[in-house]
Design a binder for this molecule. Structure first.
Ligand code: XMP
Length: 514
């Protein structure tokens, strides 16, 4: 049986991977193609439906991203979203023009629930708008099936032809019933049965990796983080002993973390990874001695990491493929994504490749969001404690120790952090908070312990709630929990006589405390 596939044609909008993700949530497999891809190539894949995404251009301008009119004549249902809706209108003979009022943000919309697109959607609902052009006149054959105060054609359809155009963004969660609309398109209009699951992703990926890698030699930098762990295990399932994983312990990991990573991925673990642990703690501490400026510390850690990895790679010899655990948000943030515009350059992407000799990069998670990567991880049998690990920066505790980094300070912050994490789990807050950790301030102050005067460091506790890590709020941790953490840290961690709780949000603070 042919696999059910929905093709998403990317016109460069910001939400394109979200469209793909929502399709996957309907248990339908989907592939994303640039709008520049030959239509024949897409049709060869026999898609059950096609979705045209949003994009930054104006479809009536010369040189704007476009599509061939034949796309709409294949008897395959097509759904245009935002720019995709305008393009469909424009190509099929309607009129798109600059709107008098630019609509942006949550907007009330009336939908015609007799349209199959809006089955089971409430007639008056909220959608997410982001457009300056609008459909001034529908293409012949279409009827309007949704409207907002400023946008008379918020959606249009030509049911007999299976053509649907939506001006707003159903893929964005702010469109209250957007997932239902996409479900209606994919499952009801395209008629997909919805039998695709994450285990299919795993199987298909393993097959694709085998085809790509053949008998080649593969190298992976394993950090113990979720993404690189899932990528490594996928590769090991696909090509087994052709894979070597190098884990650099820079001495800036959390308490016992190096050993935990080794226990899972090393020779005693369940995976065939040719795991090499490099204990480079001393090298990093030596290079960090006397350095207190945060950016300089980051630079040193990054450079030293590459040097250590390079030395290891040399021992292994030339490899054919380098594995990277890049996930979709990294792709967008580094501006490497399909047709999407650059948003922010990311800390980790782009460091490694240049130092190792290899033929090609393998990025099996490139199209997935973090929670999807976690699902794949669980599917692969990776322990939950690793799959649900909270984010941890590449430079590790180097960015959680203010001022000079020394082995003694690393131990202090590791111990305090372990206590904090233990108490957070005990209080049942670990899955609720998005990130929490202890940092060591560079402040020493006078205290009294027993009958003695102390002059010791202050530990800062940080715990935040955030959706995208771009903005964050300090979490309101129960006072009782904070008091218990404080008391344990002061009693159990030598050299600390104060515990502070950071209540700053981001911005103006950052999540890390460096
Ligand atoms: P900030 O501190 O910028 O952090 O608010 C936002 C998120 O990014 C993580 N972070 C990093 N992650 N390498 C990483 O992989 C880094 O250099 C790095 N610096 C910050 C931070 O933990 C938070 O989740």
């Amino acid at each position: 049986m042919e696999k059910e596939l929905v093709a998403v044609i990317d016109f460069g909008g910001q939400y394109n991977q979200l469209v793909a993700r929502r399709v996957r949530e309907c248990n339908v497999y989907c592939e994303i193609y640039s709008y520049k891809t030959d239509l024949d190539k897409i049709l060869e894949r026999k898609p059950r439906g096609i979705i045209l995404t949003g994009g930054p251009s104006s479809c009536y301008e010369e040189g704007a991203a476009t599509c061939s009119p034949e796309l709409f004549e294949q008897g395959i249902p097509v759904l245009g979203l935002c720019y995709g809706a305008q393009l469909m209108t424009h190509v099929l003979g309607g009129q798109v023009a600059r709107a008098a009022v630019r609509e942006y943000g949550k907007t009330e919309v009336d939908v015609d629930t007799t349209s199959r697109l809006f089955a089971d959607v409430t007639p008056h609902t909220v959608c997410w708008m982001s457009h300056f052009d609008y459909i001034a006149r529908m293409a012949p054959g279409f009827r309007a099936v949704a409207a907002t105060a400023n946008c008379p054609v918020a959606a249009a359809e030509w049911e007999e032809r299976g053509l649907y155009a939506i001006q707003f963004h159903p893929e964005v969660l702010h469109t209250a019933q957007g997932s239902r609309m996409l479900y209606n398109f994919v499952r009801n209009i395209c008629g997909c049965a919805g039998d695709w699951r994450m285990d299919s992703f795993v199987k298909e990926n393993i097959k694709a990796i085998r085809e790509k890698v053949g008998g080649g030699k593969v190298l992976c930098a394993l950090s113990g983080g979720v993404d690189s762990s899932v990528a490594a295990v996928l590769l090991s399932r696909a090509v087994g002993s052709q894979l070597t994983c190098v884990f650099v312990d820079h001495g800036l990991l959390r308490k016992d973390e190096g050993d935990q990573v080794e226990a899972v991925f090393g020779p005693q673990g369940d995976y065939e990874l040719n795991f090499i642990r490099v204990n480079a703690q001393k090298r990093f501490y030596d290079r960090l001695a006397g350095v207190s400026e945060p950016e300089q510390k980051r630079k040193i850690i990054g450079e030293e990491f590459i040097r250590v990895f390079e030395e290891e790679a040399k021992k292994i010899g030339a490899v054919d493929f380098l594995v990277q655990g890049t996930i979709y948000p990294d792709v967008v943030e580094s501006g490497l994504g399909g047709e999407s515009a650059v948003i922010k350059s990311h800390h980790n992407v782009g460091g490694l490749p240049s130092c190792v000799e290899f033929r090609e990069i393998v990025e099996p998670l490139r199209n997935l969001f973090k929670d999807e990567v976690r699902k794949v991880g669980l599917e692969l049998g990776i322990p939950e404690q690793l799959v649900f690990r909270q984010p941890f920066p590449g430079p590790g505790l180097g960015v959680r120790i203010m001022g000079e980094v020394t082995a003694g300070k690393v131990e202090m912050v590791q111990d305090a952090d372990a206590i904090f994490r233990e108490e957070i789990s005990r209080a049942g807050l670990d899955r609720e908070l998005n990130q929490y950790f202890a940092a060591l301030t560079n402040m020493r102050s006078v205290g009294v312990m027993g009958d003695e005067r102390t002059y010791d460091y202050a530990i800062a506790l940080r715990a935040v709630n955030t959706v995208d890590f771009m903005t964050a709020e300090a979490a309101e941790i129960p006072w009782e929990v904070l008091k218990r953490v404080m008391s344990r840290i002061i009693n159990e961690v030598r050299g600390v006589n104060r515990v502070l709780y950071d209540v700053s949000s981001k911005p103006p603070g950052t999540i890390e405390f460096e």
